[in-house]
Design a protein around this ligand. Structure first.
Ligand code: 3PG
Length: 307
């Protein structure tokens, strides 16, 4: 049986080597399709004879599934699986899994890298401000949110969190103050770090009303998904509030407009970098390989995300 690593944004070589070891020890073969860009045909061709796929943010739709006639399992080496058509997978009896928690420290560390950069005015030589003593709002207290809280303590921040699903006792147990609504989080905190997944319920949910609640000199850090931001309203609120800053690890669709209008208040990485560390690649990649072996050999469906 064959396993394909299909990663337009490749893993570190050390992670590929680790995946190969797990796959080979299980008696499976490994194929690689990296940096295929917009060449979907290349991905379809490479996937034609594989039983399993390890992916990252790679978009896997019905067309690719149909091209991969033997496909039984797709493992998203990472947290968010909004890039996989789950319904199409279920219809074709393909199991989809993620690897929760495996890359969350890397994303959390990047959130702080971006935070420091923004409060130090993008290192432009002017006097900035410090994180110590500032109120940090964590929007969704999952694996990344918890790591953000852990690191924020080292910076001496006052930490708040909103999570629609996490019991407030769990948040409090980490020394974090739970708030009852996103509105409360945004109006309380100097800096908000976004960690909600992109779902039908969260898409474009971060809007003018929410962002405009932030105190003067508010900073929004988005290492989650661009889809959760209402970009038209982001532009509007940044026009109305020259004190706000937006930094993101996911290039917005209106990147050009944001760059032109908000120099010195807007920053995006050119390519999503949150999980792009050797450690995260190793953790998530090897977990994905092990989950594939467990599924193909023993039918283990832990971390399955489709029905
Ligand atoms: C995730 O959902 O795991 C993160 O957003 C990282 O995504 P990536 O693997 O595409 O970098």
């Amino acid at each position: 049986m064959k396993v394909l690593i299909a990663t337009d944004k490749p893993f570190a070589q050390v992670a590929v080597d680790g995946i190969l070891k797990v796959i080979a020890e299980a008696g499976l073969d490994l194929k690689l399709c990296e940096k295929y860009g917009s060449d979907k045909e290349r991905l379809k061709r490479t996937a034609a004879d594989v039983d399993a796929m390890i992916i990252r943010s790679d978009k896997i739709d019905a067309e690719i599934m149909d091209a991969a006639k033997n496909l039984k399992i797709i493992v998203r080496a990472g947290a968010g699986y909004d890039n996989v058509d789950l319904e199409a997978a279920t219809e074709r009896n393909i199991c989809v899994m993620n690897t929760p928690g495996q890359n969350s420290n890397a994303v959390a560390e990047l959130a702080f890298g971006m935070m420091v950069m923004a409060v130090r005015n993008f290192y432009n030589g002017t006097s900035g401000s410090e994180l110590k003593g500032k109120k940090l709002g964590i929007h969704a207290y999952g694996n990344v949110g918890r790591n953000v809280a852990r690191i924020a303590k080292g910076f001496g921040m006052e930490i708040y969190a909103f999570d629609a699903y996490c019991p407030k006792e769990l948040i409090e147990a980490d020394g974090v103050i739970p708030v009852e609504s996103p509105e409360k989080l945004y109006e309380t905190c100097n800096i908000v770090s976004i960690h909600i997944p992109a779902t039908p319920g969260t898409r474009m949910s971060i809007n003018y009303n929410l962002l405009n609640r932030m105190p003067k000199n508010g900073l929004i850090v988005n290492t989650a998904r661009k889809e959760v931001i209402n970009e038209i309203e982001l532009v509007k609120v940044m026009e109305d509030r020259p004190d706000l800053k937006y930094v993101t690890d996911i290039m917005p669709d209106d990147h050009k407009e944001l760059t032109e209008k908000f120099a010195g208040r807007y920053f995006t990485t050119p390519k999503k970098m949150g999980a792009q560390t050797a450690e995260a690649n190793i953790n998530a990649g090897i977990a994905a390989a092990q989950q594939i072996v467990g599924f193909l050999k023993d039918g283990c469906e832990k971390y399955r995300v489709n029905k």
